[in-house]
Design a protein around this ligand. Structure first.
Ligand code: MF3
Ligand code: CO
Ligand code: CO
Length: 248
């Protein structure tokens, strides 16, 4: 799981410089696909997963998650999430980040920051003996304090030999409730945060999830190992690995 997590993070580190005005999300997909298969000798988990047609998800602006890479050219001011899941030696690593094209708008930047900090506050709750409700409660508190909303229809998940395993990791909830965590569990924390209302809708392509009110949405994701006294984030990028404190 450490190897798979590291490879997924490496893909996000690699793709950042390619996020530029005029590039299409399909071009970003192709660059990721080639890197995963040819450089890493790994498998892009989304490709053909339940019929998903591409190797990464690209979710632009009001797209909440599971955006399908396509011919759309990115333009300055767009904000997008790139979600990478790779399989190496049978194990999955799953991580996503927000990227800005050119200069981000003030609201997009604040939304991405609140989603990022919410994810980290959730991760910081992880330890053997804690409950999944502690994770959800920490995220929900931070997001709602900032007057944004949490998407309810999609959640984090256990991960390992399977892409989406039990348990479901909700990004809202009450302290002390839900599954008790045990050392050795690996799971994702991946809150989707909307600038407006929490409601989402699924587009007719069967994958693309958008905000019902067309407000902006942001998401970050890490794959994390629960340990006796806390956690180990398996998908840190180079910049976060260099920051020995790992407090983000
Ligand atoms: N990577 C997503 C997650 O975080 C799942 C994408 S499923 C796909 O769980 F089929 F859209 F790729
Ligand atoms: Co995930
Ligand atoms: Co993901």
């Amino acid at each position: 799981m450490r190897v798979a997590g590291r490879l997924a993070a490496d893909v996000l580190d690699m793709i950042g410089e390619h996020v530029q005005p005029g590039v299409t999300t399909d071009e970003l997909n192709s660059i990721c696909h080639k890197y995963i298969t040819e450089v890493q000798g790994a498998i892009p988990a989304p490709l053909n997963y339940r019929g998903f047609p591409k190797s990464v998800c690209t979710s632009v602006n009001h797209v909440v998650c599971h955006g399908i890479p396509g011919e759309r050219k990115l333009k300055s001011g767009d904000a997008l999430n790139i979600d990478v899941t790779i399989i190496k030696d049978g194990f999955h690593g799953d991580t996503s980040r927000m990227f800005f094209v050119g200069k981000p708008g003030v609201q997009a930047q604040r939304l991405a920051q609140v989603a990022h900090d919410g994810m980290w506050l959730g991760i910081n709750e992880l330890a053997a003996g804690k409950h999944l409700g502690d994770v959800g409660a920490a995220i929900q508190k931070h997001v709602e304090k900032n007057r944004f909303s949490i998407v309810r229809e999609y959640c984090g998940h256990g991960i390992g030999r399977g892409f989406h395993e039990d348990p479901q990791v909700l990004h809202y909830g009450s302290r002390g409730t839900g599954l008790e965590l045990k050392a050795g569990m690996t799971l994702t924390v991946e809150p989707m945060v909307n600038a407006g209302r929490p409601s989402v809708k699924l587009l007719p392509d069967g994958w693309t999830v958008v905000t019902k009110d067309h407000s902006l949405s942001a998401q970050w994701e890490h794959t994390v190992l629960v340990t006796e006294d806390g956690y180990e984030v398996l998908t840190l990028g180079a910049a976060d690995r260099a920051n020995a404190s790992n407090v983000n």
